[in-house]
Design a binder for this molecule. Structure first.
Ligand code: DAH
Length: 343
């Protein structure tokens, strides 16, 4: 009991000193760091929620309410401080910016194709040549396409592992957390058999740091036939895809290995690792894959009998960074043309 009381007051002291830190922060970057420290995945608030398990039943409710009040207090303080810092930033920028509208327009410098775009084009070209449909889907999606149809119903733990941006005031809409949504759209609109890939932007509410970005690209593939397809076919397809990403002609140069995993939309499911000298000749975790779960067909109004399908999905940033020896994901999105031209 003594221990619990200490934890309570520790929490409040921590929050108090965090509020002071918020007040003292002088840049948006500093404020973001404090935010992560308090509200991030392993921040003070989440750690407090973890203590809940050890709180006696009759005190849980009050303790939970107390954390929530502190959480709201912090969120409000951060919101207000952010507004204040943003205003200061704009004012400083306006004061320092000196635009001479009388200068003649100069020839604008011709840019260069982004390295992610180059990889996207390479993949699309090779898959188009092999007769795959190369499809796009919307980035603002419905919960149905992003979750339910993929056999991830409401309250399924897999939903919590996707840190989703929901669209305010439009219930049931979100920024897609993966390109598996396009599997669903293709199955519903085009039926089977089908061979498709889709590449595009996906969103998760991660803080921007050297290895995470709230926006990133994924490639998704789906093959469904009425003839038997095996995990062996899937493996070969992944070798082809990686060869396309890395512009390799001989797909047998690409090593692929599977580790058992779980995705609600495939059974069996696996994590995919790959290895090639162009990305440092060590095993790299790439993404997920598996044989399409019968519920996915059912959710797309298809009869799963006699259908064989596999699917795969992975992010493109990691491979691009390894291939080009880039260590910080943020440099991919700095829009610095000189940097881009270097590649
Ligand atoms: N959508 C999964 C993710 O973003 C990746 C994935 C796993 C896609 C298995 C698939 C699949 O198509 O079969 O984490």
């Amino acid at each position: 009991m003594v221990l619990l009381i200490m934890e309570h007051s520790d929490l409040e002291n921590n929050i108090e000193s965090s509020l002071e830190e918020i007040d003292r922060s002088s840049t948006l970057g500093e404020l973001d760091d404090i935010r992560t420290k308090i509200l991030g995945r392993s921040g003070i608030v989440n750690s407090a929620f973890k203590v809940m398990a050890s709180i006696p039943g009759d005190q849980k409710k009050a303790f939970g309410a107390r954390i929530n009040i502190l959480k709201e207090k912090v969120e409000m303080a951060i919101r207000e401080k952010r507004k204040e810092l943003e205003n200061i930033e704009i004012a400083t920028r306006l004061a320092n910016e000196d635009i001479d509208a009388t200068l003649p327009a100069c020839d604008s410098e011709i840019g260069s194709l982004h390295i992610i775009s180059k990889m996207v084009r390479n993949i699309r070209k090779r898959y188009h040549a092999r007769g795959f449909l190369v499809l796009d889907g919307p980035e603002v999606e419905s919960e149905f396409h992003n979750f339910d149809a993929l056999n991830i119903p409401a309250h399924h733990p897999a939903r919590q592992s996707h840190d989703t941006f929901y669209i305010k005031n439009f219930a049931g809409t979100l920024l897609r957390t993966h390109t598996s949504t396009v599997q669903i759209r293709s199955l519903m609109e085009r039926g089977v058999p089908i061979r498709m890939i889709s590449i595009g932007k996906t969103y998760r509410s991660d803080n921007l740091d050297a290895t995470h970005s709230p926006m990133f690209h994924q490639v998704e593939g789906l093959v469904v036939e009425r003839e038997p397809l095996s995990v062996g076919n899937l493996k070969k397809e992944l070798q082809r895809l990686i060869a396309a990403c890395l512009e390799i002609d001989d797909i047998d140069e690409v090593n692929v290995r599977f580790r058992p995993s779980y995705f609600p939309f495939t059974e069996p499911s696996m994590e995919v690792d790959c290895m090639h000298e162009k990305i440092g000749h060590k095993w790299i975790e790439l993404g997920g894959a598996g044989m399409v779960h019968p519920n996915v067909y059912k959710n797309c109004c298809l009869d799963s009998d006699g259908l064989y399908g596999f699917a795969f999905g992975f992010g493109l940033e990691r491979v691009t960074m390894l291939r080009n020896q880039i260590h910080d994901i943020r440099s991919l999105y700095d829009t610095d043309v000189r940097w881009l031209k270097h590649y």
